[in-house]
Design a protein around this ligand. Structure first.
Ligand code: GH3
Ligand code: MG
Ligand code: MG
Length: 439
């Protein structure tokens, strides 16, 4: 992962050491002019080196997250909060610096991406309620100890918006198999070497793949933190971190988890939008074709059948010409609704053209398919519509694919055959069902 890092510090030698270190790892690095670095949104993150002075004038209107490298763990210069998102000790392994910058950039990009998507989804009419932080979060603490690690104990007593649930590694395995988990804290002081395997397992397991995962280390082992970060932990808490730091870190990762969850939902919305028709809410041609191939493959392998109904509204142009396009649209919606409410849940109804629909019926008996097609014609004919006078009719062409038929089993041919049958229905006077010759 690359990114553009703005390095801030007043000691030229110090700053250039960090610049070299980061450039080795594919980050693009710019050194900020002091005392008033101009922070623009071209940067992905800021790194405040130990020589970055407390009095530095950080005008960060672009809200770029910053990592502060601190000399003294006990009296840090910056408090974690809105701008200083993360901090680490100057003595930490250089791989920890890289891991923390990577994680920070990833969170920043995810949040920015979500904002963009939300804007687009809103414009598309897919605005969804955001319940981020509306409820108390449950966090499993995996430890051999009988009590919470001291850093979490303090927060828990202070009424944090997190509920901690203490579990042994064995109990946690049972919990993990049962349900999706939002957050896990691994108390490494107890688990020792097993932590590496636990972290890898948690990142791979479907119930924790997207969870916020943190490790708690004793002060003595803090130099191992980079290993946990590289193995998939979102953050590392040291047992003597302050309450406000720990609270900040937990909140940060919960927020990041919410952001990532929302991004995944947004992807699903995008996928849904790509395969549905906005007017009727039915699946579109793209989805229907993929589904047809899938159904035919299943039918072939299991000796099953697929029946396709090609449906076209009769004289629809006249409906538009007589009653207008809006009335035409409401007819399309009503026909879609009627088709959908007449078929089985396992059947697929799609709008594949202007006033053309297809219904795909897996494993239906010939006799039942014929009955269904007749019922569809009848149901549409009997629809009561406010937008027009008179009734709407449809014509249907039916084709079938099953192991005993003589039809070539090429998947898309079934639709061509249904279309041929549809034209016969039209030629024979409309408002009727016609069958492909070998049906
Ligand atoms: P036939 O019985 O032979 O099918 O005659 P038809 O008039 O239904 O067929 P034709 O292909 O001549 O006309 C189809 C019409 O469907 C023309 C087009 O304006 C209309 N149409 C296509 N998509 C939409 C839509 O989304 N909304 C509306 N209102 N009309 C549409
Ligand atoms: Mg047509
Ligand atoms: Mg038509």
């Amino acid at each position: 992962m690359s990114g553009h890092v703005l390095l801030i510090g007043s000691d030229a030698a110090d700053v250039s050491t960090y610049a070299d270190r980061l450039q080795e790892t594919l980050f693009r690095v710019t050194i900020a002019p002091l005392p008033r670095p101009n922070i623009e949104d071209q940067y992905d993150c800021l790194v405040l080196t130990p020589s970055a002075d407390c009095g530095i004038d950080l005008v960060n209107t672009a809200n770029i997250p910053a990592l502060a490298i601190e000399c003294d763990a006990h009296t840090p210069r910056f408090s974690l909060g809105h701008i200083i998102e993360d901090r680490m000790h100057v003595s930490a392994h250089k791989r920890e610096l890289v891991a923390r910058i990577r994680a920070m950039i990833r969170r920043h990009h995810a949040a920015r991406e979500l904002k963009l998507r939300e804007g687009t989804n809103r414009a598309l009419g897919f605005n969804e309620a955001n319940d981020t932080f509306s409820h108390r979060k449950n966090c499993y603490v995996v430890t051999r100890a009988q009590t919470l690690p001291p850093v979490l104990q303090q927060i828990s007593n202070a009424g944090a918006p997190f509920a901690f649930d203490l579990q042994t590694p064995e109990d946690f395995q049972t919990t993990l198999a049962r349900k999706k988990i939002d957050a896990v804290v691994i108390d490494d002081t107890d688990l020792g070497e097993r932590t590496a395997n636990t972290l890898l397992d948690l990142r791979a397991h479907p119930n924790t793949r997207y969870a916020a995962i943190l490790c708690v280390y004793g002060q003595m082992h803090r130099h191992n933190a980079f290993e946990s970060l590289e193995l998939g932990a979102d953050d590392v808490i040291v047992n003597n971190d302050t309450d406000s730091d720990v609270l900040h870190r937990l909140t940060l990762h919960w927020r990041a988890k919410d952001t990532n969850d929302a991004l995944r939902r947004s992807n699903q919305i995008g996928l849904y939008a790509a395969v549905t028709d906005t007017l009727t809410g039915l699946f579109n041609r793209r989805y229907a074709m993929t589904h047809l191939h899938h159904l035919c493959d299943i039918a072939k392998s299991k000796n099953g059948s697929v029946t396709a109904l090609m449906i076209d509204i009769d004289h629809f142009k006249q409906v538009n010409d007589t009653f207008g396009h809006f009335a035409g649209d409401s007819v399309l919606m009503a026909v879609a609704e009627t088709l959908k409410s007449t078929v089985r849940a396992s059947d697929l109804v799609a709008r594949i053209g202007g006033e053309e629909f297809v219904i795909l019926l897996p494993d239906i008996k010939e006799r039942d398919a014929k009955r269904l097609a007749d019922r569809l014609c009848k149901s549409v004919r009997k629809m009561k519509l406010d937008a027009i006078t008179g009734s709407i009719t449809i014509s249907i062409g039916v084709s079938r694919y099953d192991p005993t038929s003589l039809i070539s089993y090429a998947n898309s041919e079934i639709l061509e055959q249904a279309d041929t049958a549809l034209y016969t229905a039209k030629r024979n006077g409309r408002d009727q069902v016609s069958y492909y010759s070998q049906f």
